[in-house]
Design a protein around this ligand. Structure first.
Ligand SMILES: [Zn+2]
Length: 59
């Protein structure tokens, strides 16, 4: 089952707030394999999250 970029970006954002379900992880990773834009977005979000965690120090 294919998801669109809009859904992929929604899942990426959601993953910052809560753990994704297995079904969501599969759908997202399938999309990221095919979509460079969303892959970049996912990596940027992961980096931002890591930085925010350091700066915020558990806020
Ligand atoms: Zn995409």
């Amino acid at each position: 089952m294919m998801i669109k970029c809009k859904e992929a970006s929604w899942l990426i954002s959601a993953s910052l707030d809560r753990p994704l379900t297995l079904a969501e992880q599969v759908r997202l990773s399938m999309h990221l394999l095919m979509c460079g834009n969303c892959k970049n977005f996912s990596q940027q979000m992961a980096q931002l999250r890591a930085i925010a965690r350091q700066v915020g120090n558990g806020e």
